[in-house]
Design a protein around this ligand. Structure first.
Ligand SMILES: [Cu+2]
Length: 115
């Protein structure tokens, strides 16, 4: 009987942990590309949290949202938008840039800080 109760408690504890992870609401952010900067250069998220990023290009130039380590490379023509979803399982600082020549150097960069 005691063994059975402790097994049930273990199961409840495991489910609680699982639900806590699933319960973190998705973080929705919008990053707008201008000539020549991103509208946001710092985004704070939690490890395991889904980050939904809407990318919009309001500039007159092409802009390319790149998170190199994650293989994300979204080319945006002027006036276009797209939405991507990313989950960072590990805490850390993830750097994004615009890879159009000269744009990163001009400051078209940002960080996603995952805690
Ligand atoms: Cu750019």
């Amino acid at each position: 009987m005691t063994k059975r109760i402790s097994l049930q408690l273990a199961l409840i504890a495991a489910l609680t942990v699982l639900l806590a992870a699933c319960g973190t609401p998705a973080l929705k952010v919008e990053i707008v590309g201008h000539d020549i900067h991103w509208s946001m250069d710092t985004i704070y998220a939690k490890a395991g949290q889904t980050i939904e990023i809407t990318l919009r290009n309001e500039g007159a130039l092409d802009h390319n949202f790149v998170l190199a380590e994650q293989g994300i490379d979204e080319l945006l023509s002027p006036g276009t938008s797209t939405t991507i979803e990313i989950v960072f399982e590990e805490a850390g600082t993830y750097h994004y840039i615009c890879s159009i020549p000269g744009h990163e150097e001009a400051g078209m960069v940002g960080d996603i800080i995952v805690q």
